[in-house]
Design a protein around this ligand. Structure first.
Ligand code: DHE
Length: 517
């Protein structure tokens, strides 16, 4: 005869579509507490190990989760449980972590404050190594959740250190390039002192985080969350939280935040929202009321109401949601797109849409770059769904060309001193091992590199002078492949564990037109 728990389990399986194994709910919970809670938290919010909630696991296939629980995960502290648990128990645990919590936990000011860990205060103002401090790279290695500091002249690793689980998005730098800030998908923000090669502080600003931005003056960080629906302002000195902003519209409908970026010339953070068609601009000026350069009328008269207090949000209402966006060089315009590719240009000064842009497929504007094309500033975006790069004239917002590529790509990069734009095509099914080189003036693919045939090639970054380009071999036993960026000849290889992205300090802090925000 079935127990009540088994009936509950059966109805849950109908609701969720999971093939629950013949293990009752109480037993799964007990198994979880016995084997998983110590690392992943009694509440599944994560501890030393990652959070095990459906939102956080979106990118992990269920079959992969079962394999990890059974066999463990190489190069991490996750052990395998197949000798201790039977097949049904392993399956039940794997199903359990994809079940939503009955009640979502609060993650507000109190929880954020309590999560903060300060590792170091008063570290010396002098680098502990000799190298060009502006030609360093920070390399994020998602294979075993580490990051490396790389000397960009010698191409040698200076330091390799562990990071939180699943960093995502580009790390952000302090204006002098001394500190780098990382965000993990589980909401952990970390501040690392590159000069002293030491982790300074960490704080958990959310449970499911999109990305973070650091203010142009280096004083603040703003974190964009999917869960809870908040923007969190931090003091970069020690990552203490300053303000938690609930993201809601006038009717109280709350929204995930698609992403937040720093708009340094405007002294503000700009965030796009995923579930409310609005863009929010939050000033970090010290003035009591935000002042926006070039604003044609008082911001309170512009569309939307301001929220009171520090980082008051100036809300710009749109007729569509924005998933991904890009700015022009002066940050007067935001070019955004929904995942369906409906592109629009918003003039931030007059707070409204001024043009539509033709962006078919699924543009990846966050990875867009710009350059000067026959005297016109252009924006180029890779496409997550279609094998093309869209080039748009930023004077009249017309498409100049759709450049066909070998497949859908993720990242695009160039440098002021380099005539080429480098694009990967690894989001497709084939040719994932190639990097295509586009001539920025002819807008043609002029060369194709295949750094390691059969292995995924992705994400390029340049040295500060633009002379060398570093490409990732995106595999567990991966590499950085360094090319002479003019002759396109290989110079060196460095072994790395799935190096997802690399970021040159100079290019980042000077906001090179060839790199991401
Ligand atoms: Fe990313 C940057 C969104 C999936 C690796 N990605 C970003 C940014 C956004 C974004 C908004 C810019 C934030 C920033 O730098 O501050 N990414 C999304 C998605 O919406 C998407 C498609 C689905 C998702 O689940 O989040 C997505 N991203 C991925 C991946 O699958 C990648 C390839 C592997 C991974 O680590 O998750 C990936 N995203 C990256 C990287 C950057 C990034 C390496 C930074 C690129 C840079 O050069 O700045």
């Amino acid at each position: 005869m079935k127990t009540i728990c088994q009936y509950v389990l059966f109805s849950m399986s109908l609701l969720t579509g999971f093939a629950y194994a013949e293990v009752d709910v109480t037993k799964v919970q007990a198994l979880y507490q016995q084997h998983c809670a110590v690392c992943h938290g009694a509440d599944r919010l994560g501890a030393a190990g990652p959070a095990l909630l459906p939102g956080n696991l979106e990118r992990l296939r269920k079959s992969e989760a079962l394999k990890t629980i059974s066999e463990g995960r190489i190069a991490t502290q996750m052990p395998g449980f197949q000798t201790q648990l039977n097949t049904d128990e392993l399956q039940a645990l794997s199903d359990f972590i994809y079940t939503p919590l009955a009640k979502l936990p609060a993650w507000g000011m109190e929880e954020i404050r309590a999560s903060r860990i300060v590792h170091h205060t008063d570290l010396p103002n002098k680098p502990v190594f000799v190298a060009d401090l502006l030609n360093l790279f920070v390399v994020v290695e998602t294979g075993d959740h580490h990051a490396s500091i790389l000397d960009g002249d010698k191409f040698e690793v200076i330091q390799r250190f562990p990071t939180r689980y699943a960093l995502h998005g580009g790390p952000k730098f302090s204006p002098d390039g001394r500190y780098v800030y990382f965000a993990s998908r589980d909401g952990w923000i970390a501040k690392y002192d590159i000069w002293n090669l030491k982790l300074v502080a960490e704080v958990r600003a959310g449970i499911n985080t999109r990305n973070m931005a650091v203010s142009g003056d280096g004083r603040y960080a703003m974190v964009a969350n999917y869960y809870p629906n908040t923007l969190v302002a931090l003091d970069t000195r020690d990552l203490s939280p300053i303000r938690v902003i609930d993201v809601k519209d006038d009717q109280g409908k709350s929204s995930r935040v698609s992403a937040v970026y720093d708009a340094a010339p405007r002294h503000s953070f700009v965030a796009a929202l995923k579930d409310i068609p609005e863009v929010w601009e939050m000033s970090y000026d010290d003035h009591p009321a935000p002042v926006y350069p070039g604003l044609v009328h008082d911001y309170k008269m512009a569309e939307g109401l301001a929220l009171p207090g520090p980082f008051a949000a100036r809300r710009i209402r749109l007729d569509d949601f924005l998933d991904d966006f890009f700015f022009d060089a002066n940050y007067d315009h935001l070019i955004g797109a929904s995942r369906e590719g409906k592109g629009q240009v918003i003039n931030l000064n007059i707070a409204r849409k001024i043009a539509s842009v033709d962006l078919p497929g699924m543009p990846h504007l966050g990875s867009g770059i710009s350059w000067s094309y026959h005297g016109h500033p252009v924006l180029a975006s890779p496409n997550l769904k279609e094998g093309l790069v869209t080039v748009i004239d930023m004077k009249n917002w017309q498409t100049i060309k759709q450049i066909p590529t070998a497949g859908p790509g993720f990242f695009m990069r160039s440098h002021e001193n380099n005539p080429y734009a480098w694009v990967d095509v690894f989001n497709g099914k084939r040719d994932r091992d190639v990097i295509q080189i586009i001539d920025k003036q002819s807008l043609e693919v002029v060369k194709q590199l295949k750094p390691s045939p059969g292995k995924v090639a992705a994400h390029t970054e340049f040295t500060r002078d633009g002379k060398f380009a570093l490409v990732s071999i995106w595999e567990m036993e991966g590499e950085l492949v360094i090319y002479d960026a003019m002759t396109l000849k290989e110079v060196k290889r460095l072994p790395m564990k799935k190096p997802s992205g690399k970021y040159n300090v100079f290019n980042k802090i000077t906001r090179s037109e060839g790199t991401s925000h």
